[in-house]
Every structure is written in C-alpha cells, then in structure tokens.
Ligand binder design. Structure first.
Ligand code: CMP
Length: 228
C-alpha cells in the first residue's frame, strides 16, 4: 500500500506541513507489510527509524523479569511509534508487534533529518506527540498507584476505547481481548479482572465474553474511575 497524501494530512506528525511536504515525505518513507504476530522490533534492539501506522494495529509491550507481559499501548492508523530511539539513540524501550495484518511506513534517521530541515514543524509535532504520551503516562501512574482494581480495569477499558481499539457497534465498541490481556493492561490478576468485568456487566457498562468485551457505557466507566 502506497503512502497516500490524504493519510498524511490527517496525521499529527504532519500537521501544519504544506501539501508539497507530503510529496517529499512520500519519497522518505519505506513501506512494510506485517503478518499478525510479526515483531517490528524487540525491547533492547538498536533503532534508527520511527514508524507511521497506515493500516492495522500495533501492540507496544514489555516483559517483566518474571516473564509476564505488560501491554503499554495498542496503536492505530495515523499513530507513530519508535520515535524515542530515533530521537535519543538509546535501545528500543519496548517491543512492537503487529496484532493483525498491518501496514507501516518507516522513516529512517537520515530521511527524518532531511524532512525536518525543510519542514521544522515536523520536529515540533514529534515533541507534541511525546508530550501527549508523557501526560497519558502520568495519568496512568496515578491510576496504578492510587486506584483499586475497579478503577484500574475501568481505566484500561477507557484507554482502549479512546484509542478506538476494536470495531464500533450500534451500542458501543467491541474489542477482541481476553481477560488475561485486559488484566495485563490494567496491572491486576486475571481472576480480579474477570470478577470486576462481571460487576461492570451487571451495571450495564459492558458485555463480557471469553475473548471479546463490548463497552456500552464509557461515561459509566469514567464515573467508576472518578468515584462519581
Ligand atoms: P522506542 O523506544 O524507539 O521503541 C519502543 C516504542 O514504543 C517507543 O519508542 C515508543 O514509540 C513506544 N512506546 C513506549 N512506551 C509507550 C507508551 N507508554 N505508550 C505508547 N507508546 C509507547
């Protein structure tokens, strides 16, 4: 799949860049096609490229010393990843894996600098993306530190909902996700996640299956999170 201009104009990285910048960007990016489960890079790898998601979904995750996986984020079309190693030349801070069939565009350091020299707005946009992630992480640290299991699970579901994970349905958003995956995202045990999901279902906030969770009432989940 080619890098198309309408896609770039809707990407925060290119906000404020004049249309001729898209043509130049088109030359700078390399397109990669990934199968479900295919790894883009592992935590600890050296990295000299950032990636823009064109289609599909990418999981950003990390393994603890005991081998358990912590999912940091699920990223969607229009979002970027791999910018940290590009900027600070340190090893990759997390592993990136395609969740489904996924198309990404790679921008290598040299081409990135070429773009930034012509369109400095790109560097400012990258700083905005990093600032936004830091804000999100500060909020997450607060939730993980102070919230009980219900707040943690509500936050994890809201995070997926806001990142438009899964498909929209007439009554909400349907996400393919096991209880174990949600528990890893929320920082709770699988048993606790299942118990809390049962409570949320009784409250009419979600419908929970073994591999699918449908969020019906995001406002209700926010009320749980903020104890309203
Ligand atoms: P990098 O360290 O190069 O490689 C791993 C990438 O995962 C990192 O750049 C970011 O792009 C992305 N990443 C790391 N932590 C998070 C997070 N908490 N939320 C979203 N993306 C992240």
């Amino acid at each position: 799949m080619k890098l198309d201009v309408s896609h770039l104009s809707r990407t925060l990285l290119f906000e404020g860049v004049p249309p001729e910048g898209y043509e130049i960007a088109e030359q700078a990016f390399r397109t990669l096609s990934l199968k479900p489960g295919q790894t883009v890079f592992e935590a600890g790898d050296a990295g000299h490229a950032l990636y823009l998601i064109r289609a599909g979904k990418v999981k950003i995750s990390h393994r603890n010393l005991d081998g358990r996986e912590k999912v940091l984020a699920y990223l969607n079309p229009g979002e970027i990843f791999g910018e940290m190693s590009l900027v600070d030349d340190e090893p990759r801070s997390a592993t990136a894996t395609a969740v489904e069939h996924t198309i990404i565009h790679a921008l290598y350091l040299e081409e990135y600098w070429g773009l930034v020299r012509r369109f400095p707005q790109v560097a400012h946009n990258l700083a905005r993306i990093i600032a936004r992630r830091l804000r999100e992480m500060n909020h997450e640290v607060e939730v993980l530190t102070f919230e009980e299991a219900r707040g943690k699970v509500a936050y994890a579901l809201l995070k997926l909902y806001r990142h438009k994970y899964g498909e929209a349905t007439p009554r909400g958003r349907r996400m393919s996700l096991t209880h174990r995956e949600l528990a890893d995202l929320a920082g709770t045990s699988r048993e606790t996640a299942t118990r809390v999901l049962g409570q949320f279902q009784e409250l009419g906030l979600i419908v929970s299956g073994s591999r699918v969770i449908e969020v019906l009432d995001p406002t209700g989940l926010e009320n749980v999170l903020y104890d309203l």
